[in-house]
Design a protein around this ligand. Structure first.
Ligand code: HEM
Length: 274
């Protein structure tokens, strides 16, 4: 067989490269469905409650919703939820190659909005967290601060690499940013998944979110997805098939865990409030 035919076969055959890419795409598709379910919940619960003027309903859902007299805090909270809707809906569109390649102007403008929203939502949330406190105490504040710092750092690097026209690096930073922005969503999935595997017992989790499980999850939701992404890049960029095949298996397992987490989070947090 000549070398051209061999090269063509390598490109079309279902080898480790394509298997890994397929597994990553499958994960992203499941994640996208779960993120947009979160978006639907935000729109129906917060949008619906606000339009109906039912702020007590919102207060019953979160630790600090509306505090009498705290005009700035209340406005920041409502702004937070509104921006959460925008960033969770629009962000993933940046990562879909077909959208990126066919609608370049949209990608540029949506990207600018995404980056700006990431900074505004993170800075606003930090003001909220430090002025009002959070359920979970000082460690939860530290975990929230880490998440906000990572979002802003990754957003900064994403735009910087795009402006330098280094699109390979830009794409990697954008992916890191997407995972950091998805932290709050991962947090809910983590609880859902843990509820499933412990049959609802959830040892180490407390109502005040100060249990060892709660606080570990609060840090893990920012760190673990980034570590997995770096492992994925390493496997993708090595020559041998072993790392790629192992990572493909890992991605498929993660896809199943993500799907289960979404299903459980929907049952516990989202669907009852829609
Ligand atoms: C960037 C992506 C983010 C999204 C999509 C997001 C989304 C949300 C949503 C939907 C809520 C309402 C709670 C619910 O109904 O589940 C919320 C509340 C909250 N978020 Fe975020 N958030 C993001 C980033 C952050 C960051 C970086 C911080 C911390 C620095 C933060 C701190 C908070 C706090 C303190 C609350 C109120 C929780 C309570 O009082 O119970 N968020 N967020």
């Amino acid at each position: 067989m000549n070398t051209v035919a061999t090269a063509q076969m390598r490109q079309t055959a279902f080898g480790p490269d394509r298997a890994l890419k397929g597994a990553a795409m499958l994960w992203f598709t499941v994640a996208l469905a779960g993120q947009w379910l979160f978006v639907v919940y935000i729109a129906i619960f917060y949008g619906g409650s606000t339009l109906a003027g039912d702020f007590e309903r919102i207060d019953g859902r979160v630790f600090h919703g509306f505090i009498a007299g705290d005009v700035l805090g209340n406005a920041l909270f409502m702004g937070h939820v509104l921006l959460a809707f925008s960033i969770t809906f629009g962000g993933p569109l940046q990562l879909i190659p077909q959208v990126r390649n066919r609608f370049r102007t949209f990608h540029r403008w949506n990207g600018r909005i995404y980056i700006a929203t990431a900074f505004i939502i993170s800075l606003g949330a930090l003001v909220l967290v430090y002025s009002r406190g959070v359920i979970g105490g000082p460690w939860m504040i530290a975990a929230n601060t880490l998440n906000a710092a990572l979002i802003m750092y990754f957003a900064f690097m994403t735009i910087r690499r795009a402006m330098a026209r280094d699109f390979r690096s830009h794409e990697r930073w954008a992916m890191r940013m997407f995972l950091a922005v998805s932290g709050v969503w991962f947090f809910r999935l983590g609880f859902g998944f843990y509820a499933f595997i412990t049959g609802g017992e959830m040892p180490g989790s407390q109502n005040n979110l100060e249990g060892p499980f709660d606080l570990s999850l609060a840090f893990a939701y920012s760190i673990v997805p980034i570590v997995i992404l770096e492992l994925y890049y390493r496997a993708r960029d090595t020559d041998g098939p072993v790392a790629k095949t192992a990572m493909t298996g890992g991605m498929l397992a993660l896809t199943a865990a993500t799907g289960l987490g979404i299903f459980m989070a929907a049952q516990i947090f989202w669907l009852p409030n829609m």
